[in-house]
Design a protein around this ligand. Structure first.
Ligand code: CA
Length: 368
């Protein structure tokens, strides 16, 4: 090979290398590819007991799916309530960065952020489909993230219980008189409304409910719905099972993330988290609907339980008192009012469509 040819091949090879490294340089500037070798080992603390079906399982499924989709780059270890921090300290633990992520429901933080209850559930509020429409499209999620921002948190919906049951009672509720003085385990805004109706709301952790109801320390309790309630044995502690769950018409669960840590995640991992949270939401809701219908059949056919609808008179009064309660809270707290107004504006707008789609269709199935 003469010198000229060698020079020619040399130039060609330099040109090709230059093109190649040019491409590399472009990829190098891309944040996603640059971080491919970096692994994030994160923690997630939850408010649920270890092995708690559907809820804790949902959090673990989320972590597994994220690990698979990110090829191990985002490796989240899930801790049940009490394993790393007590259930009701999840908010603080994530806010302070003790744990990067948390799974729970926003009404647990009512003492700290009362307005967050709208992102969980409120009595006579919207069901899962209305909440999804509001959160994902109606500006709800933006408001939620905005009120969590001062706590160095960001959040995404991650689960919905569907409409819960009204609860277990050791005496029948035939009128408002029967509510007076009734000792019932019913937390949150539902408890406040219940108190206004003359009831005696009691705060009690899940683990103590069964014994309290069986021994008569409690006259009544709400918990979740047929599947979880039967698992707790509540059908053996009380005879009457009331519906509907006026106080929890579709409780949303939240994935909360420490915002400083969130900002360190590359864009592709952030997207995997966001999309997996939405998929987990659907998974949890579908699990609830599936297991509750199955458990209801067992309760109806194999257990000695009377399943009764609350009288209209009782529901109407509880609904009236709900408005009084929410209005009072809003008057005392501008932040609560801000979220309440946004929630009610969307609900008013959604009402027309909800009535002539889902509700009218469901009514048509009852025609005889
Ligand atoms: Ca409940």
């Amino acid at each position: 090979m003469n010198k000229r040819k060698i020079l020619f091949y040399l130039l060609i090879s330099i040109f090709i290398t230059a093109c190649g490294s040019g491409t590399d340089a472009t990829q190098g500037a891309d944040e996603t590819s640059a971080d491919l070798s970096k692994t994030f080992k994160w923690k997630m603390v939850t408010t649920w007991p270890a092995n708690f079906p559907i809820f804790q399982q949902g959090a673990e499924k989320f972590a597994d799916d994220v690990r698979t989709m990110s090829n191990g780059r985002l490796d989240i270890r899930v801790y049940a309530g009490g394993e790393l921090v007590p259930p009701l300290q999840v908010f603080d633990a994530v806010s302070q960065g003790v744990s990067e992520m948390g799974h729970g429901s926003a009404y647990y933080w009512a003492g700290k952020v009362p307005e967050a209850q709208f992102f969980s559930t409120v009595p006579f509020g919207m069901t899962a489909k209305g909440m999804n429409a509001w959160l994902y499209n109606g500006g709800g999620l933006e408001i939620w993230q905005e009120i969590y921002k001062p706590f160095n948190l960001t959040t995404f919906p991650m689960g919905n219980t569907g409409v819960q049951m009204g609860g277990w009672f050791n005496k029948q509720i035939n009128s408002l008189e029967d509510v007076k003085g009734l000792r019932m385990r019913i937390p949150g805004l539902g408890g406040k409304v219940f108190k206004k109706a003359g009831g005696n709301p009691v705060l009690m952790a899940g683990g103590e409910i069964y014994t309290a109801l069986e021994r008569g320390t409690l006259d009544a309790t709400e918990w979740v719905a047929p599947f979880h309630d039967m698992r707790l044995g509540l059908n053996r502690a009380a005879k009457y099972y009331y519906y509907p769950g006026w106080h929890e018409p579709g409780t949303v669960f939240e994935l909360m993330i420490n915002d400083s840590k969130w900002q360190t995640l590359p864009a592709d991992l952030q997207k995997i988290v966001e999309v997996t949270a939405a998929a987990t939401s659907e998974w949890i809701y579908a699990q609830m609907e599936f297991h509750n219908q199955e458990a209801l059949i067992v309760l109806k056919t194999k257990k000695n339980v009377e399943i009764i609808q609350f009288p209209d008179e009782v529901l109407l009064e509880l609904r009236r008192l709900t408005k009084v309660t929410l209005d009072e809270e809003a008057e005392a707290n501008p932040k609560f009012k801000h979220v309440y107004d946004a929630y009610e504006n969307f609900r008013a707008s959604y009402k027309g469509w909800d009535e002539l789609s889902e509700q009218a269709y469901q009514n048509s199935l009852k025609l005889e």
